[in-house]
Design a protein around this ligand. Sequence first.
Ligand SMILES: [Zn+2]
Length: 99
Amino acid sequence: MKCPNCDKELKQTEGKREKKFCNSTCRSNVWAKLKRQKKENKAPKPTEKSEPTDLNEVQERIAEIEKMLLLPQKYLAYNKRTILESELNKLKFKLIDNQ
Ligand SMILES: [Zn+2]
């Protein structure tokens, strides 16, 4: 077993409780990291795009999705493809509505 903070191999003492960290500094570092991650997970993901409202953005997004749909099956999972296709339809309707 290795220390999750510094990757050092941990020496286990027989008969004693299993060591998970090499020292208390590493342990508190790992806990601090976990805490930070939890906080970040709660915040909205910046990569997730909100629905575009600007027509240029809509067109850009459509082009982006169409390009992604051209990817071979092995690069684009079936469920992801379905999601993209429904988003594409919605965007196209939006474009028609605005013309
Ligand atoms: Zn360590």
